[in-house]
Design a protein around this ligand. Structure first.
Ligand code: AMP
Length: 149
């Protein structure tokens, strides 16, 4: 690694990603790095016109995106304390793929994420997104565990 200029942190709004965020922010401050917050809207199964033809899928997608943007705005408002060297992105897709794609696109030097996310399953070492990112990433990955157990 040449430098730590851009740190990507994956946010799924769980307590686990909150803790990962705190670690990422700490590092960004220490290394004067830019923080890239990424939230991936899990691509919903395509139900267009299949079960419920009268429901507009496009409208639903718009509302989900608007809801995610609101959550991200609120997250940034409550989690940043004067630190302003950051940007946030919301992208649709499969979380591990999009996180790695953004990391490459934005030339991140490191990815920080929780060992687990909103699905819990604490008995497994890593959640499925974390596990895939650790296995497939070509850049350093820092995983942060929520509890000390
Ligand atoms: P998981 O592997 O799904 O249990 O989640 C592990 C970590 O991956 C979370 O703590 C987040 O840091 C990240 N993550 C999971 N899902 C998403 C998502 N949809 N968008 C952004 N980050 C995510």
């Amino acid at each position: 690694m040449k430098n730590l200029d851009r740190i990507l942190v994956a946010i799924d709004f769980s307590d686990s990603s909150d803790k990962a965020f705190n670690t990422a922010l700490f590092m960004a401050q220490k290394f004067s790095a830019r923080l890239l917050l990424v939230h991936v809207i899990n691509e919903p199964i395509d139900l267009r016109g299949f079960y419920v033809p009268h429901i507009s899928f496009d409208k639903l997608e718009e509302e989900i995106k608007a809801g995610a943007e609101k959550m991200m705005e609120q997250f940034c408002r409550t989690h940043f304390n004067g630190f302003d060297n950051y940007e946030s992105l919301i992208v649709p897709g499969i979380p591990y793929q999009e996180i790695l794609a953004v990391a490459q696109d934005k030339q991140a030097d490191m990815v920080v994420l929780g060992t687990h996310g909103r699905t819990g399953l604490d008995h497994v070492l890593f959640g499925s997104t974390a596990e895939k990112i650790v296995r497939k990433a070509s850049l350093p990955v820092l995983t942060v565990r929520l509890s000390e157990e």
